[in-house]
Design a protein around this ligand. Sequence first.
Ligand SMILES: C[S@@+](CC[C@H](N)C(=O)[O-])C[C@H]1O[C@@H](n2cnc3c(N)ncnc32)[C@H](O)[C@@H]1O
Length: 311
Amino acid sequence: MLDYATPYHAPVLCHSVADRLITDPDGVYVDATLGGGGHTHALFDALGDEARVIGLDRDPEALETATARLESAGYGDRFMPVRGTFSDMEEVIRAEGLQSVSGILMDLGVSSHQLDDGQRGFSHRLSGPLDMRMDQTSGEPASAFLDKMDEAELARVLRVWGEEPMAGRMARAILRGRPLRSTTDLADVIREEVPPHKVSKSLARVFQALRIAVNGEMDELRRALEAATSLVAPGGRLAVISYHSLEDRPVKRYLRSGHFDGEIRRDLYGNALSPWRDVTRGAIMADETETATNPRARSARLRVAERTTCT
Ligand SMILES: C[S@@+](CC[C@H](N)C(=O)[O-])C[C@H]1O[C@@H](n2cnc3c(N)ncnc32)[C@H](O)[C@@H]1O
């Protein structure tokens, strides 16, 4: 089996995605989280000669890297890179004169390259500016975000998006420690608040919560799922890979029912009215061979649904 990993990023579950997402070998597909282009490359390898892929990313570095890769793989003329957020997917696709597409992939979160570059500020293991923006040309870095927050708001962010059990205490300590300008400044505050054996989990939770908040990730996800319902043609598919339960929960509910509460609406006769039909019946996870070489694959959950004719 071909391996699509590059030093930029090692994509997870590539073959499972290509096997389940493709329904029309010559259709138009959207990779809404292009990253290093690994999944797009795998899709092209599995697609026919007429197929096209639109690759979307908010990070200009990802677009540049993936475009070079796909051009050198010989797919440049059928690949279209687009810079933007996936919540704007509907406008982007319509602007291309397309009313619908055959399939959409969303591989959530950040790439290994974004995490491994200290200057991006995503990792508590690397020192760098406290930034955390996927697109460093817009919005506010995490440091400015923290400057403006009050204790209650920050505690809520840490509790809801970091599932941090000591959210209130951590929020107080972070506000006391301001201004926090680097990842090390933030990590030092957290280290002082928790016993040594709990430090690494707390660091991970606080950094995750801030990253989600800075990039508006949950709102982006919900809007993108709704956009996918408008864009995928009946019989086409949507594949989503998530890496933690906060992402996976809304995906699971939405792909079952077309609603974020997960409730399947029914007509007078009891027929389900969902715009999506679950194809994977639960989540697909990476096997041991993949998790042995790619630790990131351990938390990956792939869900695929097929667009029904319901609106
Ligand atoms: C996990 S990586 C994708 C890796 C990719 N599948 C590959 O094979 O290399 C996620 C990518 O999605 C991008 N991204 C995350 N949220 C986004 C959003 N709301 N809009 C556009 N791009 C987003 C990130 O910048 C990152 O490059």
